[in-house]
Design a protein around this ligand. Structure first.
Ligand SMILES: Nc1ncnc2c1ncn2[C@@H]1O[C@H](COP(=O)(O)OP(=O)(O)OP(=O)(O)O)[C@@H](O)[C@H]1O
Ligand SMILES: CC(C)(CO)[C@@H](O)C(=O)NCCC(=O)O
Ligand SMILES: [K+]
Length: 241
C-alpha cells in the first residue's frame, strides 16, 4: 500500500508491505502534487501496475490537488465511521477532529488495547491528546516549535531567527540565548504540565511521542516512547479497516 499524508509543512509519501515497516520520504506541502509525482526517486508512485493509494491530510486544498493528480489511480480515503467506532469521542463537531490526530489515536488504540495513552505529536502545530478507557477524551493544540521561533522573528524588529540548541540555559544573557531559553522551556513546561494534568485523569497513561520535532524533545520527557511512524501506522490500520 502507498500512503500519502498531507501535513501543513510536509507531505509524507510512504510505502508499506506489512503495515509495520514504512519506507517514507517527505516533500514540502507547498509543491503541486503533479510536480511531486515527477520527481526522480518517486517513480514508484506513478508506476504502471499501481498499488492502492491511501490519501489523507489536514490541508483541504492540497487534498483536492492530490485527487486530481491521482485521477487514474485506485485512491482510498479514510472512513470517518470506522474511526468513530474504533475511537469513540465527543469532539464537536465530530468531523472537525484533524486527520493526523485521528491517525495517531487509532494507532495508540489498536496497537495498545487496554492501555491509556497520552499522544504527543510535535508537528507544525503540537497536539497533546488523551486516549483513556479506549475513548478519545480531548486534547490541547499549541503552536509548533518552528512556528513559534518564526513568530518571534516576524513579529518584532530586533529578534533574529534562531536555531535551537538543547539543553537551554535557565537565564539567557544574549538575545539568541534568551530566545532559546524561552522557547525550549515553553515547550518543556507545556508538555510536562499536560502530562501532569492528564495523569490526574489517567495515572497509568503511557506517553507516545511523534512528529518532526519529537526526536529532540523525547529525551526530556521521562518514560516517553518515540514512535516515528505512529501517524502512518494509524493511517494504515484505518484504510485496512
Ligand atoms: N526537514 C524538515 N522540514 C521542515 N520541518 C522539519 C524538518 N525536520 C524537522 N522539522 C521540524 O518538524 C516540525 C514540523 O513537523 P512535521 O514534519 O511533523 O509537520 P507536519 O506533518 O507538516 O505538521 P502537522 O502534522 O502539524 O501538519 C517543524 O516544527 C520543524 O521544526
Ligand atoms: C491541529 C492540526 C493543525 C495539527 O496538524 C490539524 O490536526 C488540524 O488542522 N485539525 C483540525 C482542527 C482540530 O483538530 O480540532
Ligand atoms: K489555518
Amino acid at each position: 500500500m502507498i500512503l500519502i499524508s498531507v501535513g501543513n509543512t510536509r507531505t509524507l509519501l510512504a510505502r508499506t508491505r506489512d503495515g509495520m515497516h514504512f519506507d517514507s520520504v517527505s516533500v514540502t506541502t507547498a509543491l503541486p502534487p503533479a510536480e511531486i509525482l515527477q520527481q526522480p526517486g518517486l517513480t514508484w508512485l506513478s508506476a504502471p501496475n499501481r498499488e492502492p493509494v491511501a490519501l489523507g491530510g489536514v490541508v483541504p486544498a492540497a487534498l483536492v490537488a492530490w485527487r486530481e493528480a491521482l485521477a487514474t489511480a485506485e485512491v482510498r480515503e479514510p472512513d470517518p465511521g470506522f474511526f468513530r467506532r474504533a475511537v469513540p469521542h465527543r469532539y464537536h463537531p465530530p468531523e472537525s477532529l484533524g486527520f493526523d490526530r485521528r491517525c495517531c489515536l487509532l494507532a495508540a488504540a489498536m496497537d495498545f488495547p487496554g492501555q491509556d495513552s497520552i499522544v504527543i505529536d510535535m508537528g507544525t502545530a503540537i497536539k497533546i491528546d488523551l486516549l483513556a478507557g479506549g475513548h478519545f477524551r480531548g486534547g490541547r493544540i499549541l503552536p509548533g516549535v518552528a512556528m513559534s521561533l518564526r513568530g518571534l522573528h516576524e513579529g518584532t524588529a530586533l529578534l533574529p531567527e534562531v536555531a535551537l540548541n538543547t539543553p537551554a540555559e535557565m537565564l539567557g544573557n544574549d538575545t539568541s540565548s534568551a530566545i532559546q531559553a524561552g522557547v525550549i522551556h515553553l515547550f518543556a513546561d507545556a508538555l510536562r504540565g499536560a502530562i501532569t494534568d492528564y495523569r490526574q485523569y489517567s495515572p497509568q497513561a503511557q506517553i507516545l511521542i511523534t512528529g518532526g520535532d519529537a526526536e529532540r524533545w523525547q529525551p526530556g520527557i521521562a518514560g516517553s516512547l518515540y514512535q516515528p511512524h505512529l501517524l502512518l501506522r494509524g493511517f494504515y490500520l484505518w484504510i485496512r479497516g
